[in-house]
Design a protein around this ligand. Structure first.
Ligand SMILES: [Fe+2]
Length: 228
């Protein structure tokens, strides 16, 4: 049996951190400096444990292979979910001022909900898992689970790691925090609206709602393979 250990494939440098902030500038909206730095460190750690140099190098899929966006990168998705999360929370806060939302946890959780994707999407890991699926699983960890690990080793609080692990299917098996529920709705809503508007490859939408129908795009857009 060969054992594998999640470890850095290259050193984390300021170039790594600057790349994270350039690809995901909304991170700067997190007011708490320690948490904000932790988010940058988490993404830097995740990238350097993979072959991906930048968030913009990661394919924009929900999971590897499904749902698949026709164009763009993972940065488009995570930035969209971050902004969508803010809109949902602000709407409720403005209409119901009596609600309590921890904005630091909310925004850090939104920023880190997919921080495990460099691991799950990494070509080297995926090749290893495909060659021997029963050896260590396929994948060994989904991005939500690996994201929780990354958040914790980056020094982020449990409340943020909880959002990483609870934003996806794993959250169906546990009670989730209010902030986690907002990020879940933003993430799932983002994918369903993207599917309805024709931004997702139709044959990869099986994991989305069965009543979803995809509208044609009105003008040609760049795709991974040409134009659509
Ligand atoms: Fe996501």
């Amino acid at each position: 049996m060969t054992y594998h250990y999640p470890q850095l494939r290259r050193a984390i440098t300021d170039d790594t951190r600057n790349g994270v902030l350039q690809d995901f500038p909304e991170i700067s909206q997190i007011i708490d400096a320690d948490i904000r730095d932790g988010v940058v460190e988490a993404w830097s750690q995740a990238l350097c444990c993979s072959d991906f140099e930048r968030i913009t190098d990661i394919p924009p899929d929900g999971n590897p292979g499904a749902p698949v966006l026709k164009s763009g990168t993972q940065a488009d998705h995570v930035r969209g979910v971050f902004r969508y999360t803010s809109i949902i929370a602000r709407e409720f806060e403005q209409t119901y001022p009596q609600v309590n939302i921890d904005w630091t946890v909310l925004l850090a959780g939104a920023a880190c909900h997919d921080v495990g994707k460099p691991y799950e999407f990494d070509p080297t890991n995926r090749k290893r898992w495909a060659e021997a699926p029963a050896a260590a699983g396929q994948p060994t960890f989904r991005h939500s689970v690996f994201g929780m690990y990354i958040c914790l080793i980056a020094g982020l609080p449990e409340e943020v790691a909880h959002i990483a692990v609870g934003h996806s299917f794993e959250g169906n098996h546990m009670g989730v925090s209010a902030e986690c529920m907002i990020v879940r709705q933003a993430d799932h809503g983002w994918w369903h609206v993207a599917g309805a508007l024709g931004l997702v490859e139709e044959q990869t939408m099986g994991g989305l709602a069965s009543n979803l129908r995809s509208r044609s795009l009105s003008r040609s857009t760049p795709t991974r393979t040409g134009t659509a």
